[in-house]
Design a protein around this ligand. Structure first.
Ligand SMILES: Cc1cc2nc3c(=O)[nH]c(=O)nc-3n(C[C@H](O)[C@H](O)[C@H](O)COP(=O)(O)O)c2cc1C
Length: 317
């Protein structure tokens, strides 16, 4: 399996996935320093001009860290672009990413050749997230370098496929970079993703319960207190099916067992959705493994310990 140099030899084969509203430069920086790829959606910077400041903060802080720690450099960072027609900021945000030569761009909700070409022109790579094999093929045809397979149980917009089926089908024709997403919150799961054929684990919800995450304390505590029984799958909130914390749906006065279907023609990822449903909290099914709110570095340290223990248990060391 061919991994581009930038994704090779990470201290832990993990991407801390982009989280709408929640990811921010502090979290990205701590993820990278701890040895996993840190990421955030460009849309989290509001107003749009803030993206320039945030990318300056990330690139300057990581460069200074790397100068001070030449033997233990930070992992690279990634910026997520929502490539959907409702994202009116895409062109602006791509220009800012070009200015900072963002090393990894994660594209969601659409695959576009021009976006891929622009990233390649500044020397970056593109990972595109997909929920089935058909979209995976389309993304690679349009020039993405790698794939993120979003399986059942992932936080945010999730698919319905078993990770076993999805990774197998993609690996039949694709030997490039492949990350697996959905319900992973332990080092054991990271190793399992690799055993299945993925190169990297793509972990989101576990990072909500970190000190750096821009989520309310109540949200973080609900992640800690909940498990897979508390996750509701619905398309009501954005027009695309996703997983949400049952407790937040109830608190919004809705019946999680009887949520109406949404009208897909009203899909909106540009910001209105955030306002309408700001108190509906996204989460994947893996949060039973999240027991406390900790600094991101401490979460990564736990994942590293568990990953090493799982390797030892299977006599891989
Ligand atoms: C609250 C929340 C917000 C998310 N926002 C985004 C986003 O803006 N862009 C994106 O590509 N994925 C987004 N995701 C999906 C994650 O990047 C990732 O696929 C998912 O969290 C992985 O599953 P896990 O949460 O079970 O680890 C979001 C997920 C959650 C839980």
């Amino acid at each position: 399996m061919a991994l581009p140099p930038i994704l090779k030899n990470l201290p832990l084969p993990v991407i801390g996935s982009p989280l709408f509203i929640i990811s921010n430069p502090k979290l990205v920086i701590e993820q990278c320093k701890a040895g996993v790829v840190g990421s955030m959606p460009a849309l989290n910077a509001r107003p749009a001009e803030q993206l320039d400041e945030w990318l300056a903060e990330i690139t300057e802080t990581l460069a200074a860290y790397n100068r001070a720690n030449p033997d233990k450099p930070a992992a690279p960072f990634a910026i997520n672009q929502i490539v959907h027609k409702s994202n009116e900021r895409l062109e602006h945000d791509m220009q800012v990413c070009a200015k900072y030569k963002v090393p990894i761009v994660i594209t969601s909700l659409g695959a576009r050749e021009d976006v891929n070409q622009a990233v390649h022109a500044w020397g970056g790579i593109v990972l595109h997230d997909i929920i089935n094999n058909k979209f995976a093929k389309k993304a690679i045809e349009k020039g993405a370098d790698g794939l993120i397979a979003v399986a059942a149980g992932a936080g945010g917009h999730a698919g319905v496929k078993s990770p076993f089926a999805l990774i197998h089908e993609i690996r039949e024709w694709f030997d490039g970079p492949l990350a697996l997403s959905g319900s992973m919150a332990t080092g054991d799961a990271i190793l399992a993703a690799q055993a299945m054929g993925a190169d990297l684990a793509y972990i989101g919800s576990a990072f909500i319960a970190t000190e750096e995450a821009r989520a309310s304390d109540a949200y973080k505590q609900m992640i800690v207190a909940s498990n897979s029984d508390d996750i509701v799958y619905s398309n009501l909130f954005t027009g695309v099916h996703g997983n949400y914390l049952r407790g937040s749906v109830v608190a919004a006065g809705l019946d999680p067992e009887n949520l109406p279907e949404s009208d897909p023609s009203k899909m909106n990822f540009g910001g209105g959705a955030a306002k309408a449903w700001k108190d509906i909290w996204g989460s994947g099914q893996g949060i039973g493994a999240v027991r406390e709110v900790v600094p991101a570095a401490q979460l990564v340290a736990r994942l590293k310990r568990e990953y090493a223990a799982a390797r030892e248990r299977l006599a891989l060391n």
